[in-house]
Design a protein around this ligand. Structure first.
Ligand SMILES: O=C(O)CCC(=O)C(=O)O
Length: 261
C-alpha cells in the first residue's frame, strides 16, 4: 500500500498520519485473539500497572505469537513506513499498550526518541511508531494526545521518570511542553478499531488515565532504519530488539491466511 504525495506532505507537516479503519473487523479479531493469548501468560515481558495487577503493556510480541510475527510484516503498515523513510527498517519493538477500563494509567509527556537515544544509543530520530487500534478509541478511554507539528522543535529537554508509572520513561520538561503548546495545537487521536496511526520519533505526546468503563488496547511497533540502529544493548531485547534483519512485507491477506497447526 502506497501513500499519496498529499499524505506524505501531511506527515511532514503534522508529524503523524491517521489511516481510518485500515484493518477490517475480521483482521482486528485475529489480532485481539492473539492478544488474549499473550496477556494470559505469566511472563516478565507482560508489564503490569504500578497500582494494580492489570497488564499495562505486552512486549516482544512478534517472538511470542505467529499472528504478531505477521502483523510486524503487514504491507499496510510496512510499505508506508518504508516509503516515508526510503530505506530498510528493522523491528525495534512490538507491543500492545493496553490501558484497561478503570485501571489504565497515564503516559507522561514524552518523545519516543528520548528513550531510544538515552537508553539504546539510537543516533537520529528516524524511527516510526506504527499503531493499530484494537478497540474503538474515544475521548474518554485514554486516547493519545499529540502536539500537532511538535516534531519541528527537534529533541526537547528531558529527564528520566522512574516513579510515576511501572514503565521508566524519559519525559519532557514542563517548560518545553509549555513552549511547544504556544505554537502547536493539541489533538486527541481517536478512531474506530482497525484504524492505523503513524508518527515520528520527535512527536511530543502523552495520554491520560482510562477512568472509563471501556478498554483501550493499541498495537504499537517501532520500526527503525537499519542504518540508524541501536549502539548500546543495556536494555533487554524485548525493549529494543537486536535483530536488524530488514522487514520484508508479506501478502495483504496474511492475517486471514490459515496458520499451520
Ligand atoms: O498507549 C499510550 O497511551 C501511549 C503509549 C506511548 O506513548 C508510547 O508507547 O510511546
Amino acid at each position: 500500500m502506497k501513500l499519496s504525495q498529499e499524505r506524505i506532505e501531511e506527515f511532514q507537516q503534522n508529524g503523524f498520519l491517521i489511516l481510518p479503519e485500515l484493518f477490517s473487523a475480521e483482521e482486528v479479531a485475529q489480532i485481539r485473539a492473539a492478544a488474549d493469548r499473550v496477556f494470559a501468560q505469566d511472563v516478565p515481558t507482560n508489564i503490569r500497572e504500578k497500582k494494580s495487577d492489570v497488564v499495562r503493556m505486552a512486549t516482544g510480541l512478534h517472538l511470542r505469537d505467529e499472528i504478531f510475527a505477521r502483523v510486524v510484516r503487514h504491507p499496510r503498515l510496512i510499505e508506508p513506513a518504508q516509503q516515508l523513510r526510503g530505506e530498510d527498517l528493522y523491528v525495534q519493538q512490538a507491543k500492545i499498550n493496553v490501558k484497561a477500563a478503570f485501571d489504565g494509567e497515564q503516559w507522561q509527556w514524552h518523545q519516543d526518541f528520548s528513550t531510544h537515544h538515552h537508553e539504546d544509543g539510537v543516533p537520529e530520530p528516524l524511527a516510526l511508531n506504527l499503531h493499530i487500534f484494537l478497540d474503538d478509541v474515544n475521548e474518554f478511554n485514554g486516547p493519545l494526545y499529540f502536539f500537532k507539528g511538535s516534531q519541528k522543535f527537534g529533541h526537547l529537554g528531558t529527564w528520566h521518570d522512574t516513579v510515576s508509572t511501572s514503565w521508566p520513561l524519559w519525559v519532557i520538561e514542563e517548560k518545553d511542553v509549555r513552549r511547544v503548546s504556544e505554537n502547536c495545537d493539541l489533538q486527541s487521536i481517536t478512531g474506530k478499531a482497525g484504524t492505523a496511526l503513524i508518527f515520528g520519533d520527535c512527536m511530543l505526546h502523552g495520554s491520560p488515565p482510562n477512568m472509563s468503563p471501556w478498554n483501550r488496547s493499541i498495537f504499537s511497533m517501532i520500526a527503525n532504519p537499519v542504518t540508524n540502529a541501536l549502539t548500546k544493548t543495556d536494555r533487554a531485547d524485548h525493549q529494543h530488539h537486536r535483530d536488524l534483519t530488514p522487514i520484508r512485507p508479506l501478502a495483504d491477506n496474511c492475517l486471514l491466511d490459515q496458520i499451520a497447526a
